[in-house]
Write a protein that binds this ligand. Structure first.
Ligand SMILES: [Zn+2]
Length: 239
């Protein structure tokens, strides 16, 4: 499938998030393939080597040391979520908001909790708290890894939050609810968002009504047992 065949408002996942939760950190999906499905999104890298954020087709890695690297398209990934970002609306935040107020306000921009949304928030934040993940061998459950996650906090920082809202009932496919990754304007900081207080920002929202899900043809994936309910693990690992 080439870019022109891809429906505009479609989200692409190269693997269900359940596989990541069960510790399958090596699926060897190249970003050359990912980029056929989107220019915007988030995810990680093979061996869980940091957080990934893609903005305007550029792939950034935020390592567990908090360093930001530009990543070649030949890099490999076990899990990403991407789309071709085309916002349908823009809203402004002009006063500082608590994280709770921000989440509530953002929810008000979504006409329904039953479809996907791509969300891009650009501006100034009085506070940002992120985490990254340390590089791992396969098979260590994500919830164990997340216990050792390095956490970073920043005050008065400008940058971009990028990610998705996923319907609650799709929790085995992607992270349910809001999932955002941060990249600072100076390209020096970032990570998986844990908390923020935006104060002056533009919020773009894109409605997404279609999903394309890749299922890895790897021995790990073909033989993993998905009977376990991973809802609790995913919640602990991602929130
Ligand atoms: Zn994340």
């Amino acid at each position: 499938m080439n870019q022109t065949d891809t429906p505009v408002n479609s989200i692409y996942l190269c693997s269900p998030v359940n596989a990541l939760v069960e510790g399958l950190y090596e699926q060897k999906v190249p970003f050359t393939r990912i980029k056929k499905h989107g220019d915007f999104g988030l995810g990680t890298f093979d061996n869980l080597d940091g957080e990934m954020v893609m903005l305007d087709g550029i792939i950034y890695q935020i390592t567990s040391m908090g360093k930001v690297n530009l990543v070649e398209e030949t890099a490999l990934t076990p899990f990403v979520s991407v789309t071709f970002y085309r916002p349908m609306s823009h809203d402004r935040i002009e006063n500082e908001m608590t994280y709770e107020a921000f989440l509530e306000w953002l929810k008000g921009l979504f006409p329904s909790p039953n479809i996907f949304y791509a969300v891009r928030i650009e501006g100034e934040f009085s506070y940002i708290k992120t985490r990254s993940v340390p590089k791992q061998e396969n098979y260590r459950p994500l919830v164990e890894v997340a216990k050792e996650q390095p956490v970073f906090t920043f005050e008065n920082i400008s940058g971009t939050l990028a990610g998705f809202f996923t319907p609650e009932f799709m929790g085995s496919i992607s992270v349910p609810g809001l999932h955002l990754h941060f990249l600072s304007s100076d390209l020096r900081h970032g990570g998986h968002l844990l908390e923020c207080r935006p104060k002056n920002a533009v919020v773009g929202v894109q409605l997404i009504s279609s999903l394309e899900l890749g299922l890895p043809i790897s021995l790990d994936y073909l033989t993993v047992d998905f009977k376990r309910d991973t809802t609790g693990d995913l919640d602990k690992a991602e929130k």
